[in-house]
Design a protein around this ligand. Structure first.
Ligand code: NAG
Ligand code: NAG
Ligand code: NAG
Ligand code: NAG
Ligand code: NAG
Ligand code: NAG
Ligand code: NAG
Length: 443
């Protein structure tokens, strides 16, 4: 093990040929997305504060990533902190190998690798299903060092002619092992048929650490060539997240199934689209160009530069499924807070229990008519209108209404609380995000 670890650390090579799409263009399927806390006995306020705590950890991990991903850091340090965070908010079900071994994994739109813990394990976290044992699968193929897929790793390494990967997730989570081809099985939810996808490159992790949220691995949905969405064709996916804490699972659509219905939506709103922006320091993540924010019809005084990506790779605006609340760059947060204070006309207070800063006593006194306006995110070529239930949250048993956002010293992350009841399409091949309001609870 010491040798392997040494190799992992020392053998740092260059990037990177893209991985070709290898599958039929018409392939498509849907999956259920289960919230990581689904089925746990926590109360709603507890669930909320757990989600906010996870979100803080993910933000801290992102800051660590951004800090070292900046150009000119030595490559070994950069290799150690490649991607955002070990935990996410949603789990997907899938199966690996032949015969298929079913398991659940964290869906991560912030990273690219698909990986699971493999037997024999040098170091593994507990997981609810057996470790994948490559020796029992007829379709497992370790990738040779000269494989283009090996070169697609940011920091490929070679051990006994086999391609070795190593990922660190910015917090304490990490995985290392062999990069291999394997057959994966998806689908079966709703009316979708099962889809078997051969030759998907994945990480067979034999040295792993971190919290897998009672799952057995991760599935990267990022923009990189090794992500699931990049390996399946056509390279696009969409999801429809149900109301926060709803018992109804959310839905994930792949390939040909990932299309937005522009007509007959609950609100009649049109599909809107905005291009992704590339941040060379964090190429796996979905950056958007945000120009401003309105409360109701009032445009808030925010310098658009606060949303820009800095030369060192920090800053910018990411859309993420694995962060619950939104992290707004400090100046933008202050402007939203001031805007809310003048719109809501109640004394603002802190809900330290839940960890949110901008809260109002709720319900308001009966003699006071309070209208909470919509909040609009003005992206390049698209406006995303968030009704109050998408950005305010009844935070605790004491009855506060809180802004489901927190201030960030660095960049902005649009979290999944803000994405409820929107059908959101990530067109990776054509590099844009589309969205439309949708009744995700009843689709
Ligand atoms: C499957 O399709 C049938 C007919 O189109 C429909 O009635 C049924 O509700 C669908 N089931 C699920 C689980 O979507
Ligand atoms: C892995 O899959 C890719 C894509 O289908 C294929 O080109 C490559 O030959 C496979 N490698 C091995 C070792 O099976
Ligand atoms: C962990 O997952 C297993 C199987 O997926 C499930 O039966 C069990 O209840 C889960 N445990 C917790 C604590 O969520
Ligand atoms: C889009 O509309 C079609 C036809 O009404 C329907 O079958 C399909 O389920 C809808 N898809 C989504 C994601 O809402
Ligand atoms: C939209 O709704 C109308 C009336 O309810 C219906 O006639 C039409 O077929 C629907 N269109 C789609 C694409 O589902
Ligand atoms: C809320 O509490 C935090 C930390 O305790 C503090 O930094 C912040 O200024 C407080 N905000 C308000 C509005 O009192
Ligand atoms: C977005 O909203 C702004 C302000 O209301 C408006 O000027 C602009 O035309 C809208 N853009 C789109 C694409 O709807």
């Amino acid at each position: 093990m010491a040798n392997l670890v040494l190799l992992l650390v020392l053998l740092v090579a260059t990037k990177s040929l893209p991985v070709a799409h290898c599958n039929d263009d018409n392939v498509g399927f849907q999956l259920k997305l289960t919230h990581v806390d689904a089925g746990t006995p926590y109360t709603k306020p507890q669930l909320l504060s757990r989600a906010i705590a996870r979100s803080k950890a993910r933000m801290a991990a992102l800051q660590a990533v951004a800090a070292v991903a900046a150009p000119l850091v030595d490559p070994i340090t950069a290799a150690r902190v490649l991607v955002m965070s070990g935990t996410g908010e949603y789990l997907v079900g899938l199966a690996i190998g032949t015969p298929p071994l079913y398991y659940t994994a964290i869906m991560d739109t912030g990273s690219d690798l698909i990986w699971t813990q493999c037997a024999p394990c040098l170091l593994c976290a507990d997981q609810p299903t057996p470790y994948f044992d490559a020796r029992r699968s007829a379709t497992y193929r370790a990738l040779p060092c000269r494989s283009p897929r090996c070169a697609a790793l940011s920091y490929p390494a070679c051990f006994q002619k086999v391609c070795v990967y190593q990922y660190y997730y910015g917090d304490t989570a990490s995985t290392a092992g062999v990069l291999a081809n394997e057959t994966f099985t998806f689908g079966g939810a709703g009316n979708s048929t099962k889809v078997r996808a051969p030759n998907i490159a994945f990480g067979c992790g034999s040295i792993n650490a971190g919290d897998l949220a009672n799952s057995s691995g991760m599935v990267g949905f990022g923009r990189g060539p090794l992500s699931l969405v990049s390996q399946l064709g056509p390279s696009r996916f969409s999801y429809c997240l149900t109301s926060y804490l709803s018992p109804t699972p959310s839905r994930l659509y792949f390939g040909a199934f990932a299309t937005l219905n522009s007509t007959n939506t609950s609100s009649g709103s049109p599909v809107q689209s905005t291009p992704f922006v590339v941040n060379p320091a964090l190429p796996n993540m979905y950056f958007l160009s945000l120009k401003g924010i309105s409360l109701g019809t009032k445009r808030l005084p925010i310098d658009p530069l606060v949303f820009a990506i800095n030369d060192d790779g920090t800053g910018g605006v990411i859309i993420d499924s694995g962060t619950s609340i939104t992290w707004l760059q400090q100046d933008a947060y202050d402007a939203v807070r001031r805007g809310l204070l003048s719109a809501i006309l109640l004394p603002a207070m802190n809900d330290t229990d839940i960890g949110l800063d901008t809260c109002f006593p709720w319900p308001p006194p009966p003699n006071l008519a309070v209208t909470v306006p919509d909040l609009v995110l003005h992206f390049d070529s698209a406006n995303m209108t968030l009704p109050p239930e998408n950005y305010m949250v009844i935070a605790s048993t004491t009855g506060y209404l809180c802004l489901a956002m927190a201030p960030s010293g660095v960049g902005t992350i649009i979290g999944n609380y803000q994405q409820q009841n929107l059908h959101i399409l990530y067109d990776v091949a054509n590099s844009f995000l589309s969205f439309v309001p949708a009744a995700c609870d009843i689709i």
